[in-house]
Design a protein around this ligand. Structure first.
Ligand code: NDP
Length: 279
């Protein structure tokens, strides 16, 4: 058959780890395929997507700042993408149509499954710090996984309220001042803000207030061990890192674009750690 072209689209794109990950899986599978980074000008995203209609490129990941616009360009969308209001994956069919999906949420659940085995999303409330695109994807996936309540804490309360309006009764927006009480019976605490990125201080949350059975996750993966995760460790809690989320997101993405499961023999985490300068 014809060679398969996939890729990732963002602005900027040069720091994306996705090309290294997907091209390693392509090589291991011996596929006649490639995965290419694209960086359309910010006002040319729609032109870029329209240019791919017809399927010369099978699928593209979409990252900052195009995830919402990607969903808007799609003819059909998965429940998760619609719930999240954002797509991180566009698939192009031969008939010219575009299908949107969101694998960020499943990536989050997969990362928790890998690094905190036995965690049950149905067992206790979830606290999410942040209300941006990443938080939306997390809320969608956690609701589908049966989380009983999701508490959103965000610097801009109105943005947290938008998530409540979008997702309904199981999602509540809470003032930062109420955080201590919210942590006391939480099963999962997630940093979905960009705080801690590049080594700064993470979000202010006293993680010693959570039950000892709680799991703490950071979506930020630069650095890998964020200050937030180090505080969780110091409190004796299980932790899940943002790199695992990124890697787990890539698995269903690869399957959707290339039609085969990625080989478990490729050490993609090792490759990513090298790129991050953490190996
Ligand atoms: P957005 O820009 O959509 O949202 C940013 C969030 O961070 C908002 O809630 C914002 O609050 C909050 N925030 C930013 N600066 C501050 C600050 N100084 N004080 C308090 N809150 C702040 O970004 P995304 O949702 O797309 O991404 C969030 C993070 O998740 C990023 O670090 C991103 O790299 C990471 N991410 C990781 C993924 C992975 O696979 N590991 C996947 C997707 C994202 P406010 O609303 O008040 O501005």
């Amino acid at each position: 058959g014809a060679a398969i072209v996939g890729g990732v689209c963002g602005q900027p794109i040069k720091h994306s780890m996705s090309p290294v990950i997907h091209n390693a899986w392509i090589a291991a599978a011996g596929l006649d395929a490639v995965y290419v980074p694209f960086a359309p000008a910010a006002d040319r995203f729609e032109t870029f997507v329209d240019g791919l209609r017809g399927g010369a490129v099978r699928g593209v990941n979409v990252t900052i700042p195009f995830k919402e616009r990607a969903l808007a360009m799609a003819d059909t969308a998965s429940d998760l993408a619609r719930m999240a209001g954002a797509a991180n994956l566009l698939l192009f069919a031969a008939d010219g149509s575009v299908h949107a999906d969101n694998t960020d949420g499943p990536g989050l659940l997969g990362a928790v499954e890998t690094q905190a085995p036995g965690f049950d999303a149905k067992s206790a409330p979830v606290v999410i710090l942040g209300a941006g695109g990443a938080a939306r994807g997390a809320v969608a996936a956690l609701l589908l996984a049966g989380a009983p309540e999701i508490r959103i804490v965000n610097r801009t309360l109105a943005r947290a309220q938008e998530l409540v309006d979008a997702f309904g009764a199981k999602v509540v927006a809470v003032e930062e001042a109420a955080l201590p009480g919210l942590l006391a019976d939480a099963g999962l605490v997630i940093n979905a803000t960009s705080l801690g990125l590049g080594g700064g201080e993470g979000p202010a949350a006293d993680l010693s207030l959570t039950p000892k059975t709680a799991v703490v996750m950071d979506m930020v993966y630069k650095p890998l061990r964020t200050e937030f995760l180090r505080r969780a460790e110091a409190a004796g809690l299980r932790t899940v890192d943002g790199l695992e989320m990124l890697l787990r997101q890539a698995i269903p993405t690869f399957e959707a674009i290339y039609g085969v499961a990625p080989s478990a023999d490729v050490d993609v985490r090792g490759l990513a750690l090298t790129l991050l300068g953490e190996a």
